[in-house]
Design a protein around this ligand. Sequence first.
Ligand code: ADP
Ligand code: MG
Length: 507
Amino acid sequence: MSPAIELIDINKSFGDVHANRNVNLSVARGTIHGIVGENGAGKSTLMSILYGFYTADSGEIRVNGRPVAIHSSNDAITAGIGMVHQHFMLVEPLTVVENVMLGAEGGTFLRAGEAKVRAELGRLSRDYGLDIDVDATVGELSVGLQQRVEILKALYRGADILILDEPTAVLTPPEADALFTLLKALKEQGKTVILITHKLREIMAITDRVSVMRRGEMVATVETAETSPPQLAELMVGRRVLLRVEKAERAPGAPLLQVENFSVIDSRGVLRVSNVALTVHAGEIVGIAGVAGNGQSELLEALAGMRRPVLGTMRFEGREIGFDEHNPHRMRQLGLLHVPEDRLRMGLVPAFQAFESAVLGFSDDPKLGHGPLLDHDAMIEDLKAKMAHYDVRPPNPRLKSSKFSGGNQQKIVLAREIERNPRVLLVGQPTRGVDIGAIEFIHRRLIALRDAGVGILLVSVELDEIMNLSDRILTMCGGQITGERKADETDEQDLGLLMAGVTDRAA
Ligand code: ADP
Ligand code: MG
């Protein structure tokens, strides 16, 4: 039997970035095939070529043994390929049926066809256990269900081969489990699934075979049963990496940061953080686990002085922070430093040279001169030393901030905040978009800070990261703290329920 998909010697460049370099991939029919690789390895590019978003500079695509020309997503659909994107392509005010009809032959205007579509969707939904109300408005469905609608849409269009690009990034652990059950059911029915993820746990749990990409090249394809997370990580990075950082038991010290009754509204006046109480002690990492968008970002920004709380008290080393003190400058003076989640919007100024971005918020440091008379040479030397220490590539302080990759931007912001001797460090998504090798480094730095007595509040949507680093874990859902656990007394299931707002402890 010929493979469902064969990609042969695929090349694709964007300017001088060679995103796919002589890539070969063969996906057997009726299997779940994982593709892993660090950020920027070329996974999404490869799948976009398969789905007709990009055209390869050279190479060949075969579907079920036959060469096909795929120049648009319509060509891909005709070849039986469906794709579920990282960002859903659904129209929220429309119902499931309307979304499926939209873009299908004839468009939404062929009302006559609606009954037929509804019947067919109902059948597919039942056959695959999708459990979708086809008359529901898409915008009112949970993210997990919207993802199912995308899958349903692909199946309706006759997809035999389904590509999912980082599908669990937006899901809670129970939703991710449900997705995996569904993918297994699709496989049972003879469908072929290509699953892109950077989560090795997911690869191990569900795939039959896994291909590893590194810097645009396909470096290996292995049977899942014959590999392990450390081996995959090594293939991804090109050297051995520690997936878990060693962390010694440590008794926390005095409370450094305390908030009570803390409530925050966003710029549109919507309540995003409601009545939160938390304490961060010296020498402790407190992790906030939650699905993106549940108030954790707004909480962090408010604690950093970037938003004012509408209610509540905040104490730093026992002293109450007045309303008039609630600004980033004052927080910095106190030793409350912040590595923002959105480093391009708040951490760096894209148009500034790196050395200028590296002193944002600290321009009153006497070492660097004063006001408009900032000493550029001193700033450049200072950043050069940090770049060496943090392995920032390229180590060029004069390069524009926007020219660094996400991981390297993150290292510049981290270096800036960490090297200022924080008392408390607020960190948002420290490793989003960061390579595994750099993740290891960043995690080690955070634990070293904690061991040196710094209190750390960590917000991350990566549950692994929260569990790996935290001493204590708080969960957030709908703007509220829904639970608190010691890191060694909980697991993913337990946290997953709390993240979904189920607050009764699962016994
Ligand atoms: P992955 O999905 O593995 O994270 P991508 O395929 O998205 O990687 O990216 C591979 C490389 O190609 C990266 O260096 C990325 O910056 C670059 N790239 C991807 N898409 C584009 C594009 N449309 N224009 C320019 N560069 C791109
Ligand atoms: Mg990608």
